[in-house]
Structures are given as C-alpha cells and as structure tokens.
Design a protein around this ligand. Structure first.
Ligand SMILES: Cc1cc2nc3c(=O)[nH]c(=O)nc-3n(C[C@H](O)[C@H](O)[C@H](O)COP(=O)(O)O)c2cc1C
Length: 211
C-alpha cells in the first residue's frame, strides 16, 4: 500500500496537535503493516505556486483542443504540477495533516490541490464531467482546531471542500480524526478531546490496513 502524506502546517512537531495525530497515525499504521510505503511531503518545504494563466492554458486547453501545443512559458508554468503529481497518482491512500484556519484548510494545501487535481493527471474530462484515471481508495484527514464543530456544522468549510475536491477523482471514502476544542481557555476538556482524536487516528490507521 502506497500512502501519500501531505503536511500543511508550518508549526514544529513539538507544538502541533495535528502533527501529533499524524505521528500516532503513522506509528499505528507501521505497527500493523511494516510494508506500507509512505511518502511524506511537507508543503512548507516544497511550496506550490498559485496557478497562473499560462498554467491554466497548459492544463485546460488540451481538453477543448487536442492539437494544442504548449508554449515554453506554459510548459514552465506547469513545472510544479508535472514534478509533483506522480506521488498522488501512485497513492492508494492520501493523508492530509492540517490545522483549521479561518474555518477551512490552510491556503497552501488548496494551492497544492489546484496544481495537482487537473485534467490529464488524475482525471480526464468526459461528456458528463470528470472521469477519474487513477484509483485513490481513501483520504484521511488529521485535523486540529480551537473551536468545536458539530456534525454538518455550517461553519465547517474544510470537510465539505475536501469531499467536493476528491469527489472529482472518484474518492468518497473520507475518514476523519479531528482534535477540536483545542483552546483550553474555552474548553476545559481540550486534553480529552485531543486524546480521543489520537485514538480515532490510530483506529483509522488499523482499519485502512484491513480494508
Ligand atoms: C491563522 C489561524 C486561523 C485559525 N482559524 C481557526 C478557525 O477558523 N477555527 C478554529 O477552530 N481554530 C482556528 N485556529 C486555531 C487552530 O486551528 C488551532 O489552534 C489548532 O489546534 C492548531 O493546530 P496545530 O497545533 O496542529 O497547528 C486558527 C489558527 C490560526 C493560526
């Protein structure tokens, strides 16, 4: 099993709750199946650029014009995408480690997805919309937040966005370990909430090996 781990958090591991979840997730995963192959990508060490007009042409012009040949500038604009998409194409499972920022995912992760989830790499455009060309089985979210978000909370702009993005490439198995209520000033039980999320992360790791 190939696991792609995308880390969208600039904080050091010692002070990050979401990175603690990731540590526990991957130790449970490796205990259960030492043959799992993990590729760790720290997005702050390998920052995606925002998609430019040239990159848009490179990704989308072939959809409407099979004879399109990219210019040198358009090819250069797609370098990040071309150099980094293979990890996602090869993945059976994608793990996303992040805090909640402004009720959503950190912008660096969205920028990465904008570069990678493009036609010709993970899907092709059919008459009825995107048709996945690679099979990612499961996406795991390891998330931390100060607030408590209830089920289907309208303030949660993270989970629906991830679900919608990955539905383009045919992934509907999204598993979540979420340490919410991490502001201990507002939530007396923040430590218990973190421990519950750690347990959930470890359980998800074991389940995805068994699936
Ligand atoms: C820029 C920024 C924006 C944030 N926005 C939110 C938010 O909208 N909702 C929330 O619950 N917490 C928010 N937080 C708090 C973090 O999500 C929370 O502290 C989390 O536990 C950090 O996880 P980490 O320790 O893995 O970085 C924000 C923090 C920062 C730095």
């Amino acid at each position: 099993m190939n696991v792609l781990h995308l880390i969208a958090n600039p904080k050091p591991s010692e002070t990050s709750v979401s990175k603690k979840l990731a540590l526990e997730f991957f130790s449970a995963l490796m205990e259960k199946d030492p043959d799992v192959v993990v590729e760790n990508v720290d997005l702050y060490q390998n920052k995606p650029p925002f998609v430019s007009a040239d990159a848009l042409n490179y990704f989308w012009r072939p959809v409407i014009d099979p004879a399109y040949i990219p210019s040198k500038a358009e090819e250069n604009a797609a370098n990040y995408s071309n150099n980094n998409a293979q990890a996602m194409i090869d993945a059976d499972v994608v793990v996303l480690t992040m805090p909640v920022w402004l009720n959503s995912m950190p912008a660096i992760l969205k920028a990465w997805l904008d570069q990678i989830v493009v036609p010709g790499k993970l899907y092709r455009m059919g008459p009825d919309g995107p048709v996945p060309t690679h099979h990612i089985r499961t996406v795991v979210l390891l998330v931390s937040s100060d607030s408590v978000y209830k089920e289907n909370d309208p303030a949660d702009g993270l989970t629906p966005a991830i679900r919608a993005i990955f539905s383009w490439i045919g992934v509907d198995d999204i598993r979540i370990a979420w340490a919410d209520g991490q502001d201990s000033e507002r939530h007396f039980d923040s430590a218990e909430r973190r421990d519950m999320a750690i347990e959930a992360a470890r359980e998800i790791a074991e389940e995805i090996v068994d699936d």
